[in-house]
Design a protein around this ligand. Structure first.
Ligand code: PEP
Ligand code: MN
Length: 265
């Protein structure tokens, strides 16, 4: 299979327009709010994140919410705000597509197309993303094995898209102290099986702000090629995932800790 180390020995490096190289040995950080909520919110936070060292801005414009009554995202207006944030800060943009319509829009605006945990095995969406000509961030499904994740990535590679970044974001566990169980063993396991870069998302992986920083440090120590971290200027009033969003000053502290760990390994 094309995802395997036997197919390709050297690690895949995903290079973005702003010069970010994911999988090249550095820790690439994708940070931002769960949802794009307003111009003030996304532009303001983008500047702070960039100044702290993040090179990729995240923010959902199409949200796959568990309840149909929860905020579903700003749609194309949100994508336009992300594009403006990129213009102002030089950050690359990663944002989620949830269906064929949103995929076509996301491809127009984003640097990386995110396929979320709930769509990891949406094979027709994967095929379409594989043909879209943009790097893809593929998040592990909450009940998916590492093998399932790699086979989903294979759908992208089989369509000719080799610019794939995998993401461990936690699986369903039985312990209610955290929202999900962040499976850090997936990082060395993927590294042994595949040439693709893998990042960790301790925000969705734990669901709790106080657990994000220790697990982010652990993911870097485990060899992650990057991190996805939710940060909000005012988590108490976030439209989604406020409880797991870092305050900007916590993010700045985390970035300096990551630099020390990355240097040491
Ligand atoms: C997200 O990144 O905002 C998200 C919805 O993640 P996941 O698909 O991992 O739940
Ligand atoms: Mn979220």
């Amino acid at each position: 299979k094309q995802v395997s180390r036997e197919w390709r020995e050297e690690p895949t490096i995903v290079t973005l327009d702003n010069g970010t190289r994911i999988g090249a040995g550095e820790v690439s950080v994708m940070a931002g709010p769960c949802s794009v909520e307003s111009e003030e919110q996304i532009i303001g936070i983008a500047h702070r994140l960039r100044d702290a060292g993040a090179t990729i801005l995240r923010g959902g414009a199409f949200k796959p919410r568990t309840s149909p009554y929860s905020f579903q995202g700003m749609g194309e207006d949100g994508l336009k705000l992300l594009a403006r944030a990129r213009e102002e800060t030089g950050m690359s943009i990663v944002t989620e597509a949830v269906d064929p319509e949103s995929l076509d829009l996301v491809v127009e605006y984003a640097d990386i197309v995110q396929i979320g945990a709930r769509n990891m095995q949406n094979f027709s969406l994967l095929r379409r993303a594989g043909r879209a000509g943009k790097p893809v961030l593929l998040k592990r499904g909450m009940a998916a094995t590492v093998k399932d994740l790699l086979l989903s990535a294979e759908y992208l590679l089989a369509e000719g898209n080799g610019n794939v970044i995998l993401c461990e974001r936690g699986v369903r566990g039985f312990d209610t102290h955290t929202r999900n169980l962040l499976d850090l063993t997936a990082i060395p396991v993927v590294k042994s099986l595949s040439h693709l870069p893998i990042i960790a998302d301790p925000s969705h992986g734990t669901g709790l702000r106080a657990k994000v920083i220790p697990m982010a440090r652990a993911a870097v120590a485990a060899g992650a090629d990057g991190l996805m971290i939710e940060v909000h200027p005012d988590p108490e009033h976030a439209m989604s995932d406020g409880a797991q969003s870092l305050y900007p000053d916590q993010f700045e502290e985390l970035m300096s800790q990551i630099a020390v760990i990355a240097e040491a390994i």
